[in-house]
Ligand binder design. Structure first.
Ligand code: WT7
Length: 635
């Protein structure tokens, strides 16, 4: 028997050692015993980080939806696969059984086929957190189409960039979405985006808010009548292990968003195996991850990981503050949630509201708490532990990335002793390394450095859509023969890891990964702006907030600065989305630069964080005189 379910620390160490000593043998056993294959692999792993090229389970044939759905029908057909909890608590929750999910996915897949979607085609999904989102993702996978889910908080322009980058011909959206007390005109956003997307021939529209949307003849179609007509039976497409399953965009420090490509077999094996172990999911448990399916957390740990294990997974449409800040606790009580997985930014926002909301609800069902997305601070960790977990539910602080596909450094609930703010130990099969500035690995404990991974794991992204060179440059060029994460980390005296944050120009705001370059590009489009630089500064709830330094073409005195600030934030909202808006905008006469003309963000970061007494040597700057002026006018 393989070690599919790890229960103690000694077992963790034993299995970990095996996974490092004989990785191929280890993963082969897991894959063999716990998944459904149409044909087994010829070769477990081949890899070369210099190209880079990684292939897992080459030659194997499968369909991931047969693993997520079909194989459970005999034993779990009536078990709830997905619980849909609507935005409005007065609207009834919907329980979708594995059997019902099977029929819904087949119908949707048949609709896609009837619209001409074929294996390998890209389909863009721009939907709120309603059942159609999970169903459409699985429907794509069932016919071998590559899904590209775009978070429905992105603007029309951000959506258009993503549709065009991967050349999607079909878009799935809804007439609108609910978000707390607000409704959002999603279809209108799609219409705007499609003005820039020549190749989209079909838009399928789900009804959610019953708004009066315009339907473009020959392009837009209501989804429901098509589903009603479609058969609920469909033979799944047989896929190769390394066929792409999905594309998911993530921001980099420079340039356009990167379409990370995840393939089928390795992703499936790793998402399922991590889900089972990290959260210690048991057959009757109800699991809830509050992420949106528009992010990797939702892909791996709302859909694929849980469903592969025959779990019951909750999809929540709303927000933590509607109708009040007790909503999360109400949902936990209502559905008797056993594993609860959320982000530090949500924990901080809820902690700020006090414990009154919590005390009204019975949270005794909780067995495991999880956190993801950014480093969790000590205070938030303890608040979560004391008030939500009542000091008896382990917190799994899971470090990973869009690029890694699955959880990489994490406690295993009830096996790994936790330590506040520490992601603790590498998961099975993961070989981390800390590197110094000279590219040398730092061995031993009580050290810190840049976090790399030395050996392939099954769910790593294989490339960036349409730009393999960029994939190589971004992740495999900084350190020879290693995957570079972009994060800094320290290793304590017992080998536990703590992630300290990004070491590049990516800023994590409320758990959203934002590159500085696209935001600066948006600002620079303002006719009055000469130049700008964005940095992060500490924020109580969001973790980081954005601080913009903006130099105007002419001195700004004649212009109303508050109007300018509004216009700049509007540009950002239009081009990226409201998540990238700046909290503070300071107008400056110049930005500190090196002699080669590079903006010194390090200095700007310190000034924005109230650390201007500790700027280090600035005498080598091209224009040191601008620094004092910036300090004097800091907001
Ligand atoms: C970046 C990846 C993985 C799903 C959500 C984010 C940061 C993520 C943690 C954690 C400290 C974390 C890292 C990473 N991050 N989890 N537990 N502790 N930092 O995915 O948008 O691709 O962002 O999020 O900086 O590189 P993503």
């Amino acid at each position: 028997m393989s070690n599919y379910h790890i229960k103690h620390l000694e077992e963790y160490y034993q299995v970990y050692r095996k996974s490092v000593r004989e990785p191929e043998h280890f993963w082969e056993e897991i894959a063999e015993e716990h998944f459904l294959w149409r044909k087994k692999w010829d070769n477990v792993l081949s890899w070369d980080f210099t190209k880079p090229e990684v292939k897992w389970f080459e030659g194997a044939k499968l369909n991931i939806t047969e693993n997520c759905i079909d194989r459970h029908l005999a034993t779990r057909g009536d078990k709830t696969a997905i619980i849909f909890e609507p935005n409005n608590p007065k609207e009834a929750a919907v329980h979708i059984s594995y059997k019902a999910l099977y029929h819904r996915v087949n119908k949707f897949a048949n609709v896609l086929k009837s619209q001409g979607v074929k294996k390998g085609d890209r389909v863009c999904i721009y939907l709120p957190m309603i059942p159609e989102l999970a169903v459409s993702v699985l429907a794509c996978a069932r016919i071998g189409a590559i899904h590209s889910v775009v978070f429905a908080g992105f603007s029309a322009s951000a959506l258009a960039t993503r549709i065009n980058d991967s050349d999607c011909k079909l878009v799935i959206t809804s007439d609108g979405s609910y978000r707390g007390a607000k409704t959002i005109d999603l279809k209108g956003i799609v219409d705007d985006a499609l003005n820039e997307c020549e190749n989209v021939s079909t838009v399928l529209v789900a009804k959610r808010i019953n708004s009066n949307v315009k339907m473009k003849a020959g392009r837009d179609q209501w989804l429901q009548p098509l589903l009603d007509e479609a058969s609920n039976q469909l033979k799944a497409e047989v896929m190769d292990a390394e066929d792409p399953l999905f594309i998911l965009y993530t921001s980099g420090s420079t340039g356009t968003p990167k379409g990370m490509v995840h393939t089928t077999a390795g992703y499936m094996v790793y998402a399922a195996y991590t889900f089972k172990n990290v959260f210690q999911y048991r057959e009757k448990d109800v699991y809830w991850c509050t992420a949106d399916i528009g992010w990797i957390t939702g892909h791996s740990y709302i859909i694929y990981g849980p469903l592969c294990n025959g779990a019951t997974t909750i999809m929540f449409e709303g927000v933590p503050s509607y109708p009040d800040f007790g909503r999360f606790w109400e949902i936990i009580e209502k559905h008797k949630v056993n594993q609860f997985y959320t982000a530090p930014t949500a924990i901080r926002a809820l902690a700020k509201e006090g414990v009154e909301h919590l005390e009204k609800h019975d949270l005794s069902s909780i067995k495991v708490l999880g956190t993801v997305g950014e480093p969790i601070n000590e205070e938030a960790w303890h608040w979560y532990d004391d008030n939500v977990g009542k000091r008896k539910s382990p917190i799994v602080d899971t470090w990973w990335q869009t690029e890694t596909g699955g959880i990489m450094i994490t406690p295993i609930a009830y096996a790994t002793p936790t330590k506040p703010t520490y992601a603790t130990l590498p998961f099975i099969g993961i070989q981390p390394a800390l590197m110094d500035e000279h590219g040398k690995e730092i061995k031993g404990n009580q050290v810190d450095g840049r976090l790399c991974i030395k050996y392939p794991w099954p769910s790593m992204a294989r490339t960036i859509w349409g730009n393999h060179q960029r994939y190589k440059d971004t992740y495999f060029s900084a350190y020879k023969n290693k995957y570079f994460t972009g994060d800094g980390a320290l290793r304590d005296e017992v080998g536990y890891y703590r992630i300290t944050g990004r070491v590049d120009d990516v800023i994590i705001v409320s758990g959203h990964n934002l590159g500085t370059a696209p935001i600066e590009d948006a600002i620079n489009e303002h006719p009055a702006v000469a130049e700008s630089a964005i940095v992060g500064f500490p924020h109580d709830i969001k973790g980081n907030a954005l601080y913009g330094y903006v130099t105007l073409k002419e001195t700004g005195e004649s212009r109303d600065q508050n109007n300018l600030r509004k216009e700049i934030n509007q540009l950002i909202t239009d081009q990226i989305g409201p998540i990238a808006k700046l909290d503070k905008i300071q107008f400056t006469n110049g930005l500190p630069k090196t002699r080669s003309g590079k903006i010194m963000r390090r200095i700007l970061r310190k000034i924005a964080s109230n650390e201007s007494n500790n700027l280090g040597d600035i005498s080598t700057l091209l224009n040191p005189e601008c620094v004092q002026e910036i300090i004097d006018n800091v907001l």
